[in-house]
Write a protein that binds this ligand. Sequence first.
Ligand code: PRX
Length: 641
Amino acid sequence: MTFSCQHKVLNRSLYNEMYRASLLNPEDFWREHGKRIDWIKPYTKVKDCSFDQDNFKIRWFEDGTLNASSNCLDRHLETHGDKTAFIFERDEPGYSTHITYKQLHSQVCRFANSLKSLGAKKGDRVVLYMPLIPEAVVGMLACARLGLIHSVVFGGFSPEALASRLEDCEARFLITADEGLRGGRKIALKENADKALSLMTSSCLEKVIVVANTGIGVSWNQGRDVYYEEIIANMSDICDPVEMAAEDPLFILYTSGSTGKPKGVLHTTGGYLVYASMTHEYVFDVQEDDVYWCTADVGWITGHSYVVYGPLANGATSVIYEGVPNYPDYGRFWDIIDTHQVNLFYTAPTAIRSLMKHGDAFVTKYNRSSLRILGSVGEPINVEAWQWYYDVVGNKNCPIMDTWWQTETGGILITPLATGEPQKPGCATQPFFGIQVALYKPDGTRVEGEGTGALVIEESWPGQMRGIFGDSKRFIEAYFSAYPGVYFSGDGARRDEDGEVWITGRMDDVLNVSGHRIGTAEVESALDSHPKVVESAVVDFPHPVKGQGVYAYVTLKEGESSDNVSEEDLRAIVKQQIGSFAKPEIIHWAPNLPKTRSGKIMRRILRKIAAFKESEIGDTSTLSNPESVIELIHSRPHQKI
Ligand code: PRX
């Protein structure tokens, strides 16, 4: 297979033609496009999928074999070995390094050999709890090289959240760093990891591998802890990639759902890699000499598909940045763009909104003329933020790819493409090749033409998740039972008069705070664990920067009052059990929560109160306690956002 970044800007008729072909004959379409990656043994079977509950299966390129890490590294060595794979920009301005494909390959092989010498074998689970530094990518690819299943846990998660993930996937190895650095602030990753391990009741964990990132001394468990730098020191930089079946697992990534604990979303090797690399190339129109920068952390799916697997499979040059958008000031992103001449830039609306607040001067101080395409991901982009991104950041020269997708989908499903046509701010626009989007009414019938409904996908695509780690029944229940026979995303959408798709937001109890996906049930369970709390109900409220904020209604035990339970205590519990990013912004003391006669909390009403939309509450007479609604409207805390 030759280097694949050859795509030229799509035009409308080419998109239409390819899209039609992808639906008309998916077998032929994917048989052809599956060849974009290197296979050890080429596949003969392309697609064997059924969403029917009695015959449920999702298998792509099933009899082919490959290795994801050699697709990301080895196949570029001959022609592009000296090309930069990553430009690593440190938290502190002025420090950046270029890592070539050859160097990355060598690091990955050495670390893979170290893992092997520690006894790691195909199928073992390896958790990474890392800052966004090159060693995080090296760790992921070393796992892929050996057929180990990696599970990256975002560095902002608390020790408790890390512990539950380590337990759930029965990890044998944990890779972490002494500390992370974000905006000059130190994140005590090793200390958190130690706490997590002390909390675990059952553990298969054998080794903790620690990257010396800041070099600070950390507490050490002899026999369990090893330094990354020490174990790779004398390792060979030759390591044969393990031959993996297309449907062998590549990684697990935990994400929140509307109920229960986070789900270990499982992705497999062949279809995922084909889909990540194809979407990356087409959506961003990646050209040979482009510099691409996706600001996502590797702890999220965007970091997996569009920092690691997609760009590397395509032989692209990417920026990775350890820090935050506002350090040392609000111009850091644009400074990095000028310094490294970034052409393709992919970030989240929350970052755009947080920078927009501080005015245009931080942007216009920089040139940004290298930019060609802008991307947005993770949450709805409001029109004002879209317009600022387009007018100010992109100088009205760069189309915006508002990409809709999910941890579960593996790659982008709905997106504009750089067809040169005018764009509609905030419109996710059209499905990617092979994606059969439909809107369903509550009765399970399709919405034809203009209208709104539940956003479902009617046919499988190669990047789709294959299951929930350790819980196959929950996979079908969570995604294929609301509308039998199709994949339900949990989002709602609207189709406009041109047939284009607008995402209207989650239809379930999942919040999206600064692009972080948070299950209301998880926050409630943390709050309810406070000894003075009887129950709680968590909803979203509109937040000017974060998109959504966390609003918690809390009922205290009889005899307790807000005089002896502090809001800070409650926030601390959420921080401890999940992470700082999930802390409720607003706590509303609620002696009574509005409930139906069968005892169900009426979240719809709570959402209206939180959003100051009490005029839209409607009839409350069927509640068992309608007076609670008036009480809550009157006691609503003043919002200082
Ligand atoms: O509600 C949608 C929202 O983010 C959810 C998926 O979150 P997660 O699995 O963490 O993946 C985020 C990165 C792909 C979706 O169900 N979402 C994602 N992208 C968009 C979006 N909402 C509106 N517009 C988008 N472009």
